[in-house]
Design a protein around this ligand. Structure first.
Ligand code: ZN
Length: 490
């Protein structure tokens, strides 16, 4: 398939803007005989191959800048990006949020009077989660290229998208095209921990620097199955993370004389029950629409059960089958509770008076933590056990609209990019910066642009995170096309 030609055809609506992109196309080595200019042989098409190569270099450099959070140290990455933008004649600004931690913002202004409500934010975060180096087969911060993959922490979450956004933003700038709305590049910090330097703080301190009505961020997916894009999920909603501490208390004592009220035993029993718990299924509007559309893309057996999910007679059985078939589907249908940390004991021969566990809860945006804690209290049924909701709980944000022109444009460009693949609204189980943006009336959409197999997607936050180079190029292409299209939309 001729990728470039296909993409070119898909964007006829942005033709006036695309025509001005010929300087970019001219940078690409062409198959035309020497002495014959591209312009003479074919109409100007946006070929992002060279741009993607350039962006791959930025990605490798950014992987080598260790922004493991904590502590983050995003300043180094922000300064690196600022250097790239400045070379393009743009004026990036560092927004300091905490010592050593700055976000970065840059803007391409529309010729018309700026209208923040129409402005579009390209958001990606610079920080990454930690690594267990001993479990990696390559240096996690070495940006090793092997077998068609670029390996490194952050390659898919989220430095890949950071570089795709950067490429799109720079392509727009190089085109010198008149844009119909402000396009704002925003690199955030502290996304993975949501602490003192997070987007929440950034919004509180610097909202006027990047106020926008729309945002493109991580959180969606381009699902690659059997070598083909099965569907493109556009994230318009996300689950709400809440950490809960489970505390068991009992008398301390000499371990040589065990008693029944050992806090460790009470905690273990409680966690065992919680681990087997399954919350009731609730359909949010977006999840309902996702399942309606995905049924026809699955095999007959799965499709049958997906269609029965909300039926009175077979619904309960269908929910069980579907939840067991796919852990992501399970997470989309209900609140989930994952025990993640255990803490107890000071010496092997001392019975401790307290034992603690952390539950990482992910609520559907329509649900509340109090109801879930009520259920867990009944389930555990043990007066020695207390639940404490940690104060850093996220807030449920309203869904982004699926009815506006912006969403329609994302769908159209995505479908054209990925050979007519269906485009579905999606609720992510994981949290992104979009929740905070949505709470500020931003219509934010998760468009993780790289086609990935489930196997590669699962490496996010895991060992040997990597991005297929071919997928990276497609993602750069997609985001660039999308940004050009929305920038040109009146
Ligand atoms: Zn991320």
């Amino acid at each position: 398939m001729n990728w470039t030609r296909n993409l070119h055809l898909s964007l006829l609506a942005a033709a006036p803007l695309l025509a001005t992109l010929s300087p970019l196309a001219a940078q690409v080595p062409s198959a035309a005989p020497p002495g014959v200019s591209l312009a003479q042989t074919q109409p100007p098409a946006l070929d992002t191959t060279a741009l993607a190569k350039e962006a791959q270099g930025w990605l490798a450099d950014l992987i080598r800048i260790d922004t493991t959070n904590p502590p983050g140290n995003e300043d180094a990455a922000a300064k690196y990006i600022a250097g790239i933008l400045a070379k393009e004649g743009l004026t990036p600004e560092l927004l300091e949020v905490a010592p050593g931690r700055s976000a970065l913002v840059a803007r391409i202004r529309s010729a018309a009077l700026p209208d923040p409500a129409r402005a579009v934010l390209l958001v990606a975060h610079m920080d990454v989660v930690g690594v267990d180096k001993s479990k990696w087969t390559v240096d996690p911060f070495g940006a090793v290229v092997k077998d068609g993959y670029l390996y490194g922490r952050g390659s898919i979450d989220d430095k890949g998208m950071l570089c795709a956004n950067l490429a799109a933003f720079i392509a727009l700038k190089r085109s010198n095209a008149r844009v119909e709305r402000d396009i704002i590049f925003l690199a955030t910090d502290d996304e993975e921990q949501g602490g003192d330097a997070s987007i929440k703080i950034l919004i509180a301190k610097y909202w006027n620097k990047f106020a926008a009505g729309f945002a493109i961020n991580e959180g969606g997916r381009v699902v690659l199955k059997n070598g083909k894009v099965q569907y493109v999920g556009i994230q318009a909603s996300e689950k709400v993370p809440v950490n809960v501490t489970v505390i068991a208390r009992g008398p301390s004592g000499h371990a040589s004389i065990p008693t029944k009220d050992n806090a460790v035993v009470h905690l273990a029993t409680a966690i065992s029950k919680i681990g087997a718990y399954s919350a009731p299924v609730h359909f949010t509007a977006i999840v309902r629409r996702y399942f309606e559309q995905i049924a026809s893309l699955e095999d007959d057996e799965s499709a049958k059960w997906i269609r029965a999910l909300d039926t009175p007679d077979r619904g309960e059985h269908a929910q069980r089958v579907i939840s067991e078939a796919n852990p992501l589907w399970n997470s989309m249908l209900r609140d989930t509770v994952a025990p993640t940390e255990l803490k107890a004991g000071v010496r092997s021969n001392v019975i401790p008076s307290e034992a603690r566990a952390t539950l990482n809860v992910r609520l559907l945006p329509s649900d509340t933590i109090d109801v879930l804690i009520g259920e867990l209290t009944k389930l555990v049924n043990d007066p020695a056990i207390k639940f404490e909701v940690q104060p850093d709980a996220g807030l449920a944000a309203p869904d982004s609209s699926l009815e506006n022109d912006f969403y329609a444009t994302i769908s159209k460009v995505a479908s054209a990019e990925f050979a007519g693949a269906p485009v579905l609204p999606f609720m992510s189980a994981g949290a992104t910066d979009s929740a905070q943006l949505r709470l500020h009336n931003v219509q934010a959409y998760g468009v993780s642009p790289f086609p990935l197999t489930d196997e590669d997607s699962r490496r996010m936050h895991a060992d040997d995170e990597r991005i297929p180079l071919a997928s990276f190029e497609k993602g750069v292409n997609f985001i660039t096309r999308l940004v050009i299209q929305v920038a040109a939309a009146r």
